[in-house]
Structures are given as C-alpha cells and as structure tokens.
Design a protein around this ligand. Structure first.
Ligand code: SAH
Length: 351
C-alpha cells in the first residue's frame, strides 16, 4: 500500500486502491473483504459521496467517511470541436494543478485520451508540455477519474483508452499499471485490455517490465526518426536508449503479449520526411508485427519545426508500404480547439 495517495489528514483515496488493497483495508477495519466489490461498483458509477453507497451498512459508511475520500476532478474548461465533435477537457485536480484529457468519437467507439503526469521530464523538442517542466505523477485515482468525469459530462460510454495525453506513462509505471488493472475490473468500468493503449517515448527497461506482466494492452512507441543521430536532436531520451535497443524490446513485447506495436512518426518538414528517411526506417522495422502511424506535426509556439505537407506524407507512406509495412496517416481531430498534445494546458497556464 506504499504508493497510495494520502491527503494531509491521511485519508485514503478509494479510487486509487486496487481490489486487493481495498479488500485488506476493509479487513483491517473488521469488515468483510467482499464488500470491496460493492464499493468498486459504486466508484465505477461515478459516485463521489459515500452516503450514496446504499447497500453498505451505516457503520461501514461511517468508517469509510472517517478514513477515506473519493478523488474528484473538476471540469475547469471544456471545448467541443464543431468539425468532428472532439471534446477537450481541462481538469482541475484537488491540489489546484491542471491537466488535459480528450474525448474522441470514432466509428469503432468513443475513445478517451488521458494524461499520466502533471508535466513531463522527457524534454522532447517538438512537445508543448516540455517547456513547462514536471510537477508530479498522477495517482491511479486521478487517471480513473479523468474517464469517470468524461463519462459523466458527456453522457457517453467509453470503449477505448489511450494514455497519450500529458506525461510519460512508463515514468509513472506503478500508478499507470494499477489504473489499467482497475479500469479493466469486471466490477469496475470493465474496459478490455485490448482497448487500452500506452504511448511511450521508449523507456526500454520499463517496456521489458511491462512485457513480463503479459497484459495484452497496445503499445505505441514514439520513434519520430529513422536513426539515432536524428532522434537525439529532437528527443533527449534517444541518448539513453538507441533505436536498436527499442526495437529489440518491442520484439520481446510482441512475443509476450501477441500485440502489434504501433510506431508513431511525426513528419517534420525537411528533417525526417524524405524517401531516404522512409527507407532507413523501413529497413529497421520490416518483418516486425507492427504498424506505423504518421502524424502531422502540430506547430508549437516558440518551436521552429513545421509539419511536412500531405504530398510528402503520401510519398513517405508509399515507400514504407513497398516494404509491406502497414501505415496510416493520422487524421487530425479537433483542429479548431487545440485538441493536440498539451497545447491547451499551456495556454491556460500561460494566461
Ligand atoms: N510521453 C508519451 C505520451 C505523450 S505524447 C510519448 O512520448 O509517447 C503522445 C504523442 O504525441 C507522442 O507520440 C508524442 O511524440 C506526440 N507529440 C508530442 N508533441 C507533438 C507535436 N507537437 N506534434 C505531433 N505529435 C506530438
């Protein structure tokens, strides 16, 4: 229970507990362990007031109120795209910090993109969050409540989760894993592992650890360059882990989980967007159980990097396809509401 989020008054956040932790918490208080399931069902309904857990005895409710609380994010700002219905949320946390989440409506189901940290330590050159620095990790409950708050606010069901918002999820490994297990629980939101994606800049040791868990979640690796020299220019983490090492560990990941890896590749004009870049990338990943997602780069204020035009993206795509590598060009959603990559939070903090 070491990593449990505690408030100054040492109350425990129920939303940050695993089923086992909640069970032993109840047992220690002289209650039945199976009550954990009842509590988890209420939490998954978005209930924030312990007194609304009407199938618990008055004594149990009193005990819970004395010793615990339920994490609650506040919708601070909300923007809905007129183009595609994408909704961007700025949430205020109980300590006053703000984070972003996005709701995207796809044909294959509604998808929530959530943040895993307040800020980020990775310092990628093209990223809107990098200059704002790192504040702290999010708790498992703060991640879960992004989903619950989106469900409550939108009235929609969420089928897919991408941990692709602010932060490096594998740099907050323990809480992210607990969140994933909690959101998957049958008594909880019951979201299938195959509907959950972690996006990482490539923390090799952590990917190895994740592979060992054998949870069939999707792994998305932000590559953005065909070789180490270029990658190191835009991603400081490239100086610690080479592309070869990343590819090696991705192969272990697919072996253990049978899941296909997605390589994210943001096309930056005149930097990584030529036919030669595509060939170099292809030669490294061909034959892998993978897929390349070409992303138009979002311009970030103060950063002198531009996106490659659509024509270059198509040429890049064709070149990869020549090597039988599946490729998609990511559709831009919410272009009118700054839905991409920490841009909104940056503006909110800046004013
Ligand atoms: N830290 C994780 C997840 C957060 S970023 C990671 O690195 O994957 C989610 C995705 O958005 C990553 O692929 C990231 O490289 C990409 N990204 C960040 N800033 C971007 C920008 N300005 N334009 C396009 N993609 C960007």
């Amino acid at each position: 229970m070491g990593n449990m989020k505690e408030k100054a008054n040492t109350k425990i956040d129920l939303l940050s507990l695993s089923m086992d932790e909640l069970g032993s918490f109840l047992e220690k208080a002289g209650e039945q362990k199976y009550r954990a399931k009842q509590i988890i069902r209420w939490l998954a309904k978005g209930i924030k007031d312990i007194d609304e857990m009407t199938d618990l005895s008055k004594d149990l409710r009193r005990m819970l109120k004395e010793t615990s609380y339920i994490e609650k994010l506040e919708v601070w700002e909300r923007y809905k795209s007129k183009i595609d219905g994408t909704v961007k949320y700025i949430f205020k946390l109980s300590d006053g910090n703000i984070i972003e989440s996005v709701l995207m409506q796809y044909k294959f189901g509604n998808t929530a993109c959530i943040s895993s940290q307040i800020g980020c330590k990775m310092g990628c050159k093209f990223c809107a969050s990098a200059p704002l620095g790192f504040v702290r990790n999010l708790s498992a409950g703060e991640m879960l409540d992004q989903i619950l708050a989106i469900i409550k606010d939108s009235g929609l069901t969420i089928r897919n989760i991408v941990i692709m918002g602010i932060g490096e999820p594998l740099d907050n490994y323990e809480n992210v894993l607990k969140f994933i297990r909690n959101v998957n629980m049958a008594d909880g939101l019951n979201i299938g592992y195959r509907h959950i994606t972690i996006s990482t800049c490539g923390l090799v040791e952590k990917i190895k650890e994740l592979a060992k868990e054998k949870i069939p979640i999707n792994l998305s690796v932000s590559l953005h360059a065909p070789n180490d020299e270029k990658r190191q220019k835009i991603m400081p983490i490239g100086k610690i882990y080479s592309i070869d090492k990343i590819i090696e560990v991705c192969k272990i990941y697919t072996e253990e989980t049978k899941r296909r890896i997605t390589f994210e590749y943001a096309l930056i004009d005149g930097f990584n967007d030529t036919r030669q870049d595509a060939r170099e990338l292809a030669s490294r990943i061909k034959g892998m159980l993978c897929h390349v997602n070409l992303i138009p780069l979002n311009t970030v204020e103060g950063v002198n990097l531009k996106t490659a035009n659509r024509q270059k993206a198509e040429i890049f795509k064709k070149e990869l396809e020549n090597y039988n590598i599946p490729v998609t060009i990511r559709r831009e959603l919410g272009a009118d509401i700054e839905a991409a990559c920490g841009q909104l939070r940056r503006r909110v903090i800046g004013r």
